[in-house]
Write a protein that binds this ligand. Structure first.
Ligand code: GDP
Ligand code: IMO
Ligand code: MG
Length: 429
């Protein structure tokens, strides 16, 4: 399951919905930049590292492609345990560790980048992935080995101190001994979860178990296929499951793309369909679009078919989950951006160049909107099934299917588990 737009498509809700039928739920990329919301009854859970299968007490896997901030993970485990959901977790020994200096670097880099900053979540994600690729990184297995951690910590503390001070002019002081002590301690706390998760996942798949891989972020934030450099530092597309979890491509049998009925974006950089008028504010308010991790107001606009076609091309989804159809209700007409106009030229594929992308003006088609209904009414529709949806909403669903050349299998019409219209099977037989 992957996000097909700018993140925050409602992945947490959809994973929670599907997890009842899963045996394992695994994260394979991203880190605590993710904020996946699940609403159960009157409780709201916001997950940043633990997979969203935790409320169904499924086996949880944080695989090698994830970057793990131990303090966030330890806190999240404690919080869920306090709520009666003790996580049954396997944590990859190969996952990279987000250190406190990565967060300092994240802030310093953002400041330095100025207009080219992406408005990060400040969780140290970019610097952790940079260190991984430059082979400076500290992996979870290193937290369990005092000698190796000490060696790596000395190297890193020296380098990061120089970078922070001499390059970025920061006056932060790194205390190597304190860092070593703190991370060895978190290693001890996490030791019981640490394992080779590629072995765990392949054994599970070979034994016919159902594994749901939970993507974080979304297509437009992908470091290759998204809007560079305004996205995140990992691949967020379906293919990342293979590298991020250590399973072969033949083992993936379904790919579910999550699409929100409109666009939301938290962070910096151009968004062609952003609405800065009252329609945009109404979407933001009605959709309660605030960043889960940062609390920032999300920028909102109409759905963008150029993005959706790209999502289809690079993810090859076998199904779509369309969310927030209840939020888009009451807007009439609703608009779909079908292509861009760049200085009078028609552009149908996402340009790579920033100059061209910034000039993209959306070209819209209009569709009739559907009536705004109460939570109870949407709940009743979800019980009855697809044919109970307002006709105009069904037309919108079918237009998204046409654009993405993929069936919409689930339609979400509210935050709760029950507010989900089940249209066709997602899990393979
Ligand atoms: P994620 O990062 O993709 O998991 O999405 P977030 O949790 O950051 O943001 C999605 C928000 O929309 C959360 O507050 C969800 O509870 C909420 N949500 C998800 N699906 C629906 C839906 O169909 N209708 C409404 N009204 N809210 C939804
Ligand atoms: P979920 O999983 C929405 C955005 C940030 C910023 C850019 C880089 O909840 O959908 P980073 O901290 O990753 O270096 O930030 O990516 N971003 C997200 N936006 N949802 C997310 O995750 C995001 N994770 C990162 O706002 O523009
Ligand atoms: Mg989110």
């Amino acid at each position: 399951m992957v996000g097909c737009q700018w993140g925050d498509e409602g992945k947490g809700k959809i994973v929670d919905y599907l997890a009842s039928q899963a045996d394992y739920v695994a994260r394979f990329q991203g880190g605590s930049n993710a904020g996946h919301t699940i609403n159960v009854g009157h409780e709201t859970y916001k997950l940043r590292l633990l997979p969203s299968g935790v409320l169904h007490r499924k086996k949880l896997v944080i695989a090698n492609g994830v970057v793990v901030d131990p303090s966030v993970l330890i806190q999240e485990i404690a919080d869920l345990t306090n709520h009666g959901y003790t996580p049954d977790l396997a944590l990859s020994d190969r996952a990279h560790v987000t250190m406190s200096y990565h967060q300092l670097l994240d802030a310093a880099e953002e400041k330095f980048k100025g207009a080219l900053r992406s408005g990060t979540t400040m969780r140290g994600i970019g610097p952790t992935y940079s260190d991984k690729m430059a082979r400076y990184g500290i992996r979870v297995s290193d937290l369990l080995d005092t000698e190796i951690l000490k060696q790596k910590m000395t190297q890193n503390a020296t380098l990061k101190q120089k970078t922070l001070g001499s390059v970025y002019g920061s006056d932060s002081k790194l205390d190597e001994a304190q860092l070593l002590g703190a991370y060895l301690k978190s290693g001890e706390e996490l030791r019981k979860y640490v394992t080779d998760t590629s072995v765990v996942l392949n054994d599970a798949l070979d034994n016919g178990r159902r594994v749901l891989f939970e993507g974080a972020q979304g297509l437009m934030l992908d470091v290759d296929h998204g809007l560079y450099p305004f996205g995140t530092s990992s691949n967020t597309v379906a293919g990342a499951v293979c590298t991020g979890a250590g399973i072969g491509p033949k083992k993936i049998n379904e790919v579910l793309g999550v699409v929100k009925a409109y666009t939301s974006r938290v962070g910096a950089g151009p968004v062609p369909t952003e609405l800065t008028d009252e329609v945009g504010s109404k979407l933001q308010e009605k959709g309660q679009e605030f960043g889960t991790v940062t609390g920032r107001r999300r920028r909102c606009g109409w759905i963008d078919a150029v993005t959706l076609r790209l999502a289809s091309r690079v993810n090859s989804p076998t199904g779509i989950a369309l969310t927030k159809v209840d939020t888009l209700a009451g807007f009439d007409p609703v608009r779909i951006c079908v292509q861009y106009d760049v200085d009078g030229r028609t552009v149908t594929e996402q340009p790579a160049g920033l100059r061209e992308y910034s000039k993209c003006k959306p070209v819209y088609e209009e569709m009739e909107g559907w009536p705004d209904l109460s939570t109870t009414e949407w709940g009743a529709i979800a019980k009855k099934g697809y044919d109970a949806l307002p006709l105009q909403a069904r037309r919108y669903v079918e237009r998204i299917e046409q654009i993405m050349k993929t069936p919409v299998r689930l339609i979400s019409v509210g935050q709760g588990r029950d507010a989900t219209v089940y249209r066709s099977q997602v899990w393979p037989n």
